[in-house]
Ligand binder design. Structure first.
Ligand code: 8IG
Length: 272
């Protein structure tokens, strides 16, 4: 069965199949925390502990290789310094790939089926606050889902109050009291916003704009996970900055901030 067929037959059964595959291949029956690595966050996994198994995404049922330069294509099992088992998902499916919402949240559902009680989700994004120069990490306090879709189907009513755990945000601020927080708006992409759309986002309360995270966080909450989100502002959003956006800029800002944000993320995970 193809990935699409597997996920579309029954997304939860597909997640169970993937989780069973991961348990068998990594030798780790249950993972505790899942970490989704977005643009700029690729190096973070190396600091949280020792990698005990590395799978290529394409070999795991329902997963596919990343579509974007700067994204990692592996799924790793990491033993943290505190003795926790982290499942590091370096292969995110974005909504703009056109594979559907079920494919977008397959990684999160797989992590839940693998036993993860916490989801740490990271991304690279545009910032609406001029004080956030490229390379600034910002805690996600809430989101605005502008994709006009949901990973949930049918009469599945899920409370999203405190979706981005204030408890874990507090732990993050113990690690770095200078961390700001903001509301993340998920656009569908793959184009960046127009300056007018950024003004619209600002007026409805967004501080950060990107193409991921919100749909994954909803699926995670539905699966009963505690969610922590952190963004790396890799560029000022369109019209906020005097210069046009480029994917190259995004990658460079990520590389420049890599060591600091990797340390930060590892220290936060150590406190979970
Ligand atoms: I990295 O400015 C990154 N991803 N939508 N807008 C949107 N996504 C992004 C941006 C941005 N920067």
């Amino acid at each position: 069965m193809s990935n699409a067929e597997l996920i579309n037959k029954d997304p939860f059964e597909a997640a169970r199949t993937a989780a069973d595959y991961i348990a068998a291949e990594t030798g780790v029956e249950t993972h505790d925390v899942a970490l989704v690595l977005g643009s700029g966050w690729g190096a973070a996994a190396d600091l949280i502990g020792s990698t005990t198994a590395t799978l290529t995404a394409a070999e795991v049922p329902g997963f596919s290789a990343p579509a974007v330069e700067g994204h990692v294509g592996t799924i790793r099992s990491v033993l943290t310094t505190e003795g926790k088992r982290a499942l590091v998902l370096g292969a995110r499916t974005h909504y703009y790939e056109g594979k559907g919402v079920r494919a977008v949240v397959h990684g999160v559902r797989t992590a839940a089926a693998a036993g993860c009680k916490t989801l740490v989700v990271t991304n690279g994004c545009g910032g609406l606050n001029e004080a956030w120069s490229p390379g600034t990490p910002v805690l996600i306090s809430d989101h605005i889902n502008l994709t006009a879709t949901s990973p949930l189907e049918g009469a599945t009513f899920v409370d999203l109050t405190d979706l981005y755990s204030s408890r874990i945000r507090g732990l993050a601020r113990e690690v770095d009291p200078t961390l700001d927080e903001g509301v993340y708006a998920q656009f569908t992409g793959p184009h960046y916003e127009t300056p007018a759309e950024i003004q619209y986002a600002k007026r409805i309360g967004a501080d950060l704009v990107g193409m991921s995270t919100a749909l994954e966080a909803i699926a995670a909450r539905h699966a009963g996970m505690e969610v922590f989100g952190i963004s790396l502002v890799t560029n000022l959003a369109a019209g906020i900055s005097p210069v046009p956006l480029s994917h190259q800029e995004v990658i460079e800002a990520g590389e420049a901030a890599s060591a600091r944000i990797s340390r930060l993320l590892a220290d936060i995970i150590a406190k979970l």
